[in-house]
Structure formats: C-alpha cells, structure tokens
Design a protein. Structure first.
Length: 247
C-alpha cells in the first residue's frame, strides 16, 4: 500500500501592503505533471494619504527660535485639528534645533539657532487633502512634503484576483493536457500570492502658497482655487503557480 504525505502551508499576512500567500503541496510517488502559471491584476485608487508640514524658525538665541517655532506650530496644528477624526491621524514628524555658524578670519562664529519642526498627517479622507494643505499653509507652514498615497486592502480585491488567477491556471493546465492527449488527475503543488504595488507619486498645484509668497491679500487668498491633488492609481497583483498530475 502506497503511503501519501500531505503538506499544507498557509500563510496569511495583513500589513500596509496587504500581502497574501499560500502554498499546498502533495508529495507522493513520481508521476507526470503539468506546470501552469497565471497572474491577475487590478488598478485601484489609493484610499490612504500621508503628508508632512514643516515650520522653520531662526533667531539669535535658541530660546527665541524655539518659542517662535512653538507658537507657529501650534497655529498649524490647530488649523489641522479641524480635520482630525477616526479617519485622520496627526502626529509629530520630526524636531531639530541646531546652531548656525559662519567662518570669519578662519574662526567659527555663532550667528544664531534654527529650529525645525514638522507634523505628519495620515488620513483616509483623501478628498479633503487639498483643504488640509491649504489650511496648514495659511496657518504658517513653510514646506509641504513627503506626500504619499497607499492602498489599505481589506482582502476583498486580493481574494477575487487569486480566485481568477487560480481558475486561469487550471484552465491552462486542462488545455495543455487536452492538447497532449492527457487528463488532469489532481494537484501536485499550488502557491498563491497577492501584493499591492504602493505608489509614492502624486501631483498637486499649490495655489495658496504661490499667492501668499507674493503677499496676496486675504481677499485674494479666499478667491484662490483649492489646492488640487491628483493621485495615480495603484496596482494590486495576484500570482498563482501550480503543478497538476496528468495521466
């Protein structure tokens, strides 16, 4: 009586990249088999955005630079707090205080201190991102950067793509077997994976910053269009590699 060992490995990983993987392998006596690979993908719009707002202050003393920065950042955070809810997280991104020097007559002289503070916003309310940027700039943010988009996968897209790819791999194996006058008799090995190709690219036009940089009046600022944010789509891809016994 032949003995058959069945090895089942199932790994399911939830992360920002929403990776799924699984493998099933049946180990038995040497038999003929057909290999089939299939891939399915889908473009989705990102549903999470992250952006950083920075304020920089320079003064003769570190105390003054720190206090001025604290006051400015409080105004920025207060402006952003209007958007804070269960879909939006606001946290300190970074903070630094460094001395500034110049060299005169081969001697290093202290000229003052620069304090740089940043706050990072992570939100699922991507439709409000333009308003958040406008509010932060109006409140005094010097720089807007590190704008990234990602897709938080709830599993639905990956499951659907894996189902489609598995069916296609099976269809390929059946077609190959039929062409070579063979019949599929079972699964020798099958592995699946699904991952999100996260996107860090986005384009936006900062009308408010441009207006304020030229000393526009409050009336002019209020008439300026909202900052336009245009994220690109993100691709979710599933792969299936399978081996089928034939007879």
């Amino acid at each position: 009586m032949k003995k058959t060992a069945l090895l089942l490995l199932l790994a399911l990983i939830f992360s920002q990249n929403a990776i799924y993987s699984a493998a099933v392998e049946k180990v038995t006596e040497s038999r003929g088999y057909i290999s089939a690979n299939a891939e399915k993908d889908k473009d989705v719009y990102p549903n999470v955005a992250e952006v950083t707002f920075t304020k920089e202050n320079t003064a003769k003393s570190i105390e003054i630079a720190s206090q001025e920065n604290k006051t400015a950042m409080s105004a920025i955070q207060n402006a952003l707090s209007a958007y804070q809810n269960e879909n939006t997280e606001i946290r300190t991104g970074s903070y630094s205080a460094t001395p500034n020097y110049v060299y005169k007559n081969n001697k290093k002289q202290l000229t003052g201190y620069t304090v740089v503070n940043s706050v990072t916003v992570k939100t699922k309310s991507t439709d409000k991102l333009g308003k958040m940027i406008d509010s932060a700039i109006k409140a005094g943010a010097d720089r807007v950067g590190s704008l990234t988009f990602s897709y938080q996968n709830d599993g639905t897209v990956c499951k659907d793509l894996i189902f489609q790819a598995t069916k296609e791999a099976q269809d390929i194996a059946n077609l190959t077997a039929k062409t070579t006058n063979q019949i599929i008799k079972g699964v020798k090995y099958i592995s699946t994976s699904c991952y999100v190709q996260q996107s860090n690219s986005a384009s936006y036009r900062n009308f408010s910053a441009k207006a304020m940089s030229f000393g526009a009046s409050a009336d002019t600022e209020s008439s300026m269009p909202e900052t336009s944010i245009t994220p690109g789509k993100i691709k979710v891809r599933a792969n299936v590699n399978a081996e089928f016994y034939v007879k």
